[in-house]
Design a protein around this ligand. Structure first.
Ligand SMILES: [Zn+2]
Length: 147
């Protein structure tokens, strides 16, 4: 029988929680609540105990684990964020994936934990503007077509 992979977002679904068995597990000293449809089935996801508070590195931005959506089998929770330097793959400029931006990506926008900016802020803004112009041009063409 094919065992269905349960995506992390589904594990936060109330319906899923009702059907699944709740257990408390421990991975690398981090306790988390695990919801399994069948005990020990690969792909079952859980939730990290939001009350768990590890030691925070000085100068880092604390993360709110209760706002993060991810799969504990693949990712560790972001208890804190630090600035990550990288090179823009469009203009080659040195850029910073700031702690505040990471918090926004993973806690407000619920981006996948593997997400990482491809370009610097300027290049991303330019790409968005180009995209906006393209859509705007298309809708202008459409409305003209109607007349
Ligand atoms: Zn750039």
């Amino acid at each position: 029988m094919k065992k269905e992979y349960i995506h992390s977002f589904k594990s936060f679904d109330e319906d899923f929680k009702k059907k699944a068995k709740k257990t408390i597990k421990d991975v690398n000293g981090v306790p988390y609540v695990c919801y399994e449809l069948e005990p020990g089935v690969w792909g079952s996801c859980g939730e990290v105990d939001p009350a768990y508070k590890p030691e925070i590195t000085e100068g880092s931005l604390p993360g709110d684990v209760s706002k993060q959506k991810f799969c504990v089998q693949h990712h560790k929770p972001n208890f804190y964020y630090i600035d990550i330097p990288y090179k823009c793959n469009t203009c080659g400029k040195e850029a910073i994936f700031s702690a505040h931006e990471q918090k926004h990506w993973f806690e407000d926008l619920h981006f996948h934990f593997d997400s990482f900016p491809k370009g610097c802020i300027e290049c991303r803004r330019k790409r968005r503007e180009d995209e906006f112009k393209r859509i705007a041009t298309q809708s202008t063409k459409k409305s003209k077509h109607k007349d």
